[in-house]
Design a protein around this ligand. Structure first.
Ligand code: AMP
Length: 420
């Protein structure tokens, strides 16, 4: 038997409906915030992620699916969405004349070779937004508010925005130095990867999945103590705006996020999910250097991404009531060949007129059809019989009251429109 690859999933039935539900809410929120939908390729030049996400990150270092195509090009299945959106922005020279910000949202499969566990897969779905072109506080606030309100609209009231800043370049350089000073005498106590990170990117030690519970990490220098005045002021203003907007947040000076491209604002959305503890449903931040790093001009941007799988897990565990069951409107019954012919175009007409319509695909006969009706619970049943069809009529049965009436086929849609 061929089975699905490790860390992937088939989504169907109730789970698929939940995704559609989440999708609809996300699309709705994005339209109100005026973000436009974008699709980018699932695979990109490997270099994009090496330069964009960062050589020293776990995502690029250990988790990418990279392969050569038949022309020997190195391609990588995207591990996240931001680098691709930035590549699109630069490739289409959208930086020419930015009078309005470029606001886009995406929604698609991402790939990371991680150890699969609940809420962590190798193929997973992310939704994300990118706000490109403005360095103003309001852009950060736009993205945080969108993230926050999305979760609220999804029925997750107990999510927390965890907020921090990693400051501008100068502040980060100060902070980096302090981390090197702090970690150097202690580094032999940390994992092999952290030992490498001390040389390549000491910030990455702080989100090490192996060492993150150790006292060494807990007592490490905190970003807040190394911010220059401008970065501190900016951070404080962000907090003032969040207060003004009634957005709940919690500060965590050790939050740095697992990707290399952030500066200033970083945030995560955390939920306490029974069985999983505190997990990150999504995260984001400002990335003012990424566009330049990928070959464009220096243009500021901010973004956010959330995982579907963990969000749905959190919704399940928080008993969010979705009321997903959608009963069908009409079931069309037939027995004879001519009745079946009528059924074929009648179901089409009813569907095109907006009714969820089903019929018998197995020639089950009346007994089997009634059993199907019990399962599908249609609001109306249409019973075709040759006698009635001679006068263009059918029997229409209200499945709730069980009342039956004969009705002309031509009047069916009008009647159902008024009564359904
Ligand atoms: P990141 O791009 O790492 O900031 O991740 C943003 C969000 O995507 C996380 O908060 C998760 O909800 C989700 N996510 C990241 N990696 C995975 C994964 N391997 N499986 C499922 N969801 C993930």
């Amino acid at each position: 038997m061929i089975t699905k690859p490790k860390g992937t999933m088939d989504v169907y039935g109730e789970d698929a409906k939940k995704r559609e539900y989440v999708n609809e809410i996300l699309r709705n929120v994005c339209s109100k915030y005026n973000y436009n939908y974008i699709e980018t390729p699932i695979f990109e030049a490997t270099e994009l992620f090496h330069r964009g996400v960062g050589e020293a990150t776990d995502i690029v270092n250990k988790e990418t699916y990279t392969f050569k195509d038949r022309s020997d090009r190195s391609l990588t299945l995207r591990p996240e969405g931001t680098a691709s959106v930035v590549r699109w922005f630069i490739e289409n020279k959208l930086y020419g004349n930015i009078t309005d910000p470029v606001k886009v949202f995406y929604n698609g499969k991402m790939y990371r070779y991680e150890r699969p566990q609940a809420g962590r897969y190798r193929e997973f779905t992310q939704f994300g937004v990118e706000f490109i072109g403005s360095n103003d506080i309001l852009a950060d606030i736009d993205v945080i508010s969108l993230a926050y309100n999305t979760y609220n609209l999804l029925g997750l009231k107990d999510v927390t925005i965890v907020l921090n800043t990693i400051g501008d370049k100068e502040s980060r350089a100060n902070y980096r130095e302090s981390l090197i000073k702090y970690f150097t005498p202690l580094i032999s106590n940390l994992c092999e990867d952290c030992q490498k990170r001390l040389k390549t990117n000491p910030l990455r030690i702080l989100d090490c999945k192996i060492d993150n519970e150790t006292d060494i990490l807990k007592n490490a220098p905190k970003t807040i103590d190394y911010l220059n005045k401008e970065s501190k002021d900016r951070y404080n203003t962000i907090k003032e705006y969040l207060d003004l907007m009634d957005i709940n947040y919690l500060e965590d000076y050790s939050l740095v996020r697992g990707l290399d491209y952030y500066d200033h604002t970083v945030f995560e959305i955390i939920a306490d999910v029974p069985g999983l503890g505190n997990i990150a449903l999504g995260g984001g931040g400002r990335y003012n250097d990424l566009i330049e790093k990928l070959g464009g001009p220096s243009i500021p941007a901010v973004g956010f991404a959330m995982g579907y799988d963990r969000t749905i897990l959190a919704m399940d565990n928080s008993n969010v009531n979705l009321n997903l069951k959608e009963d069908i409107d009409i079931y069309v019954m037939y027995v004879s060949k001519t009745e079946k012919e009528t059924a074929s175009y009648l179901v089409q007409d009813l569907r095109l007129n907006g009714f969820i319509t089903e019929t018998d695909y197995f020639n089950k006969g009346l007994k089997g059809e009634f059993k199907a009706i019990d399962r599908l619970n249609p609001k109306y049943i249409i019973i075709l019989n040759d006698q009635d069809l001679k006068t263009n009529k059918v029997t229409l049965k209200d499945n709730l009251t069980k009342e039956e009436q004969k009705i002309e086929i031509n009047n069916l849609v009008d009647y159902l429109d008024t009564n359904l």
